[in-house]
Design a protein around this ligand. Structure first.
Ligand code: FAD
Length: 384
């Protein structure tokens, strides 16, 4: 496929966010949308996601976004013709600390007000949900039965396939090396593309791409591991995505295996290749056995590491980049970029085509760190 030399809108990054934006733009009738992806669709940090989907967020905007996304996931097969393996397995957070539990109260009140079923349950009730768990050190658990999971690759491919069918170009193996906003040229490994608008959807590489136009964005990639056991019928599935708030460890059943993350948050500097750290396997196993003693009999058969594109307040950065012309940011999605991708695409398309989004997105304002107006950090269950 030859790369178009001109575009109305160039999206840098063919992850779940870039593909959702391209799909929504094409669906709205926008012509000449070109996504430039250095590797293959969905091969970035999207391929590392655990697939978790929740409505438990701390701000009204993010809860409303989640509710919209859950509706999209529920009817994804109808709209995109793709089975994404969507299942409402629930999220279960295990609480050992009184202050942590108090912190949940205002968030749960807000979530309940917006119609989300989230409740505090007793340790015994939590054990009834996952009988293999040790609960003697818990003071409570937080249970949201409507939360769930789906396949990030399936969702991304669904967006990409439909975007292409509607006329968008998604070019793989094309790396952007520079962006010249004066001449409106995007320099790539396969020649220049001129574009009226450039969208940065480069995931963990978002800060690098923004530096190409002299903009600093506060996206800090942090490594996290996920390991999986051999088939382990002693813990029958499905289990909710269960997070040990004290240790950060989380687990859920994946087919016959158990997925376990130590909940690590490691700065690996500029290394975007994310090599695995075997010490994290020991950490994950130790934390998991504390909660699920029966895992003494399990064997870890593999795992992976990925970068979560974190921001200082753990909210995404969405909007026009400050101080430059027609360079849009859809970055910094932390541990929830997969699950928020459907609404993100819709809102970004509105912003670009209608001049503003139909929802107040000030919590994502790219200027907020410079102006000191960022919302409090979400200390809720950003488990993933
Ligand atoms: C271990 C782990 C577990 C997670 N679990 C969950 C979860 O359960 N639920 C959830 O919602 N989220 C989860 N996440 C977070 C989620 O993966 C991200 O928020 C989301 O995938 C971000 O999508 P993206 O499209 O912005 O980034 P990416 O998928 O990284 O896409 C960006 C793309 O841009 C491309 N690119 C970058 N620079 C250039 C360039 N110069 N030229 C061309 N292309 C370029 C990259 O190759 C990449 O494909 C998890 C993350 C990790 C690491």
């Amino acid at each position: 496929m030859s790369l178009p030399r001109t575009a109305e809108i160039v999206v840098i990054g063919g992850g779940v966010v870039g593909c959702s934006i391209a799909y929504q733009l094409a669906k709205r009738g926008q012509r000449d949308v070109v996504v430039l992806e250095r590797e293959t669709v969905g091969s970035g940090t999207t391929s590392k996601a655990a697939g978790g989907i929740r409505a438990q967020f701390a701000t009204e905007t993010e809860i409303r976004i989640s509710l919209e996304c859950i509706e999209v996931f529920e009817r994804f097969e109808e709209e995109f013709g793709t089975d994404i393996g969507y299942r409402k397995i629930g999220y279960l957070s295990l609480v050992t600390d009184e202050k942590d539990l108090r912190g949940y109260e205002p968030r749960i009140a807000l979530q309940n007000r917006l119609g989300v079923d989230v409740r505090v349950i007793t340790p015994k009730e939590a054990q009834a949900i996952v009988p293999a768990m040790r609960v003697d050190d818990l003071i409570a658990a937080v249970w949201s039965p409507g939360d769930g999971m789906a396949g990030p690759a399936e969702v991304t491919n669904g967006f990409a396939r439909r975007a292409r069918a509607l006329g968008a170009t998604i070019a793989e193996g094309v790396e952007v090396g520079a962006v010249d906003l004066k001449t409106r040229r995007v320099r790539t490994s396969q020649g220049d593309v001129s574009a009226s608008i450039v969208v940065n959807a480069a995931g963990p590489r978002a800060a690098r791409v923004a530096r190409m136009v002299g903009v600093d964005v506060a996206v800090h990639p942090r490594r996290r591991h996920i390991f999986f056991t051999e088939p382990f019928p002693e813990i029958p599935g499905p289990t909710p995505l269960t997070t040990d708030r004290g240790s950060g460890m989380y687990f859920r059943k994946e087919m016959e295996q158990l997925l376990i993350s130590p909940g690590d948050v490691v700065d690996v500097g500029d290394d975007m290749d994310v090599p695995m750290d075997q010490a994290k396997k020991e950490e994950a196993v130790e934390k998991a056995i504390h909660r699920l003693p029966v895992l003494e009999r399990a064997r870890i058969s593999g795992g992976w590491a990925g970068l979560r594109p974190l921001t200082p307040d753990e909210h995404a950065i969405i909007g026009w980049a400050p101080g430059v012309d027609r360079f849009f940011l859809a970055v910094g999605f932390c541990g929830h970029g997969f699950q928020h991708s459907p609404a993100t695409g819709r809102l970004v398309a509105e912003w670009l085509l209608d001049g503003r989004p139909s929802m107040d997105l000030s919590v994502f304002d790219p200027n907020r760190f410079a102006t000191g107006t960022s919302a409090p950090s979400d200390k809720g269950p950003d488990a993933e």
